[in-house]
Design a protein around this ligand. Structure first.
Ligand SMILES: [Zn+2]
Ligand SMILES: [Zn+2]
Length: 423
């Protein structure tokens, strides 16, 4: 294929993709002899443009029309996944991955899509790529093997398990709620946990070991076993008691003690102690008592999603760990939540701390306001100094100074009176 060798309709299509005009793109793609994978002068396909713009609707449309997700004609060999990663839209990235985008493709300077996303600070995208694995990996488990009478994984559960394995949020409440909403998975908890164990083993025993995948599979197996135990042994049919115990804050320091101990126990139980990633996690944890920072959850998240992922915790939901939770408790304005449901779930324990947190928040807000007020005053003073400086320079043209500059002499009242600026 020659770059820029496009018909008039195809050229028009590139324009419409740039404009984000979905209905026109759809109409033009239906015209005769239009090639969905034609390339422009820089070797880019329409799909690559749509991905770079972070347009999920266009990406899905073009993929449904058979666009090649691994087209590789770009001048600098940027893959479609790299363009998607640079857009910062994790949903676009996920759509490309599901369509079979190769995560290992490198550009002309030897960088993969995940590395490019890391360079540009798109940590959510990096996590999405690093956590991805194709559903085909589950293929061996949905087929009857050897002397088995049935597949290890009931085939209809494969997409549901696959969805859980792509989670970047590993908060046990987030996973437990997914399981609560997907009782078919819990009904086969034993089989699901076993398949996760096998995936863990496979990841550690492969020539190219994948510690992240192994630790994640093991952790998910631990959560599902705990949920199953709560249901079958403790009669906690809708997992409410289990979820509440994870959320409950300890008196005094508000530590989620039960959750912390649970996450620590999953790491202790990881069967492949030779894993360097595990050893790092354990070392980091050993240095911190339960209730200290970093928590087991943040160590787990950093290990699986990359070191850079942790900062989003500031605005993560206090109940389920979802990043960028936009709602706040209206009473204390301190803790973040995804929505009213997450807030309601935590209220039984948050109510004991809400008032105190409100006071902390108020104090902080007051300090912030004072700081801003101070900065504003300082800016006004600097501005009036500049104005005086200009006025003086106008009176005495030989003394022209850059209006943005306040020289040390001017501040320290030197012996040259024309340089002194009164505040
Ligand atoms: Zn939440
Ligand atoms: Zn509150």
């Amino acid at each position: 294929m020659k770059p820029g060798d496009c018909s008039d309709v195809e050229k028009l299509l590139f324009d419409r993709v740039q404009e984000g005009n979905v209905s026109e793109v759809k109409r033009l793609l239906g015209e005769p002899k239009v090639r969905v994978d034609c390339i422009d002068e820089s070797g880019m396909t329409m799909l690559q443009h749509a991905a770079f713009k972070g347009r999920l609707d266009l990406v899905e449309l073009l993929l449904s029309q058979g666009a090649d997700v691994n087209s590789n004609y770009h001048d600098n060999q940027y893959s479609t996944l790299t363009f998607g990663a640079l857009s910062g839209n994790a949903d676009v990235v996920k759509a490309l991955l599901i369509a079979g985008a190769d995560t290992k493709t490198k550009n002309s300077v030897g960088r993969t899509a995940a590395q490019m996303a890391g360079f540009t600070g798109q940590h959510h995208v990096v996590a999405t790529i690093n956590n991805y694995f194709p559903i085909d990996y589950l293929e061996p488990y949905i087929k009857i093997q050897g002397l088995d009478k049935e597949p290890r994984l009931p085939p209809h559960l494969a997409p549901l398990l696959h969805k859980m394995m792509l989670f970047t949020n590993l908060h046990p409440v987030h996973i437990s709620r997914y399981l609560k909403q997907t009782p078919v998975l819990l009904d086969e908890a034993y089989k699901i946990a076993k398949v996760l164990d096998l995936l863990c083993e496979k990841s550690m025993k492969a020539a190219d070991t994948n510690d992240v995948m192994a630790i994640k599979s093991h952790y998910l197996a631990c959560v599902i076993r705990q949920c199953d135990k709560a249901r079958t042994e403790r009669g906690d049919t809708n997992l409410d008691t289990w979820i509440k115990s994870l959320i409950r804050c300890r008196e005094g320091d508000m530590c989620n003690e039960y959750m912390e101990k649970f996450i620590r126990s999953t790491m202790r139980d990881f069967p492949y102690t030779q894993s360097e990633l595990l050893q790092t996690m354990v070392r980091n944890l050993a240095a911190v008592p339960v209730g200290g920072n970093p928590t087991g959850f943040s160590i787990l998240m950093s290990a699986v999603n990359g070191q850079q992922y942790a900062p989003t915790e500031d605005t993560a939901c206090d109940t389920c760990g979802e990043p960028h939770a936009e709602k706040k408790c209206s009473a204390c304005k301190y803790v973040h939540y995804c929505n009213a449901e997450c807030q309601k779930l935590q209220w039984f324990t948050h109510k004991k701390f809400c008032k105190h947190l409100g006071e902390v928040q108020k104090k902080y807000t007051k300090q912030e306001e004072e700081r801003m007020e101070r900065e504003k005053r300082e800016q006004e003073i600097a501005k009036s100094k500049q104005i005086k400086n200009i006025q003086m320079a106008e009176k005495d043209p030989e003394n022209i100074k850059d209006s943005n500059e306040v020289t040390p002499e001017a501040d320290s009242k030197t012996d040259n009176p024309s340089e002194v600026i009164e505040s």
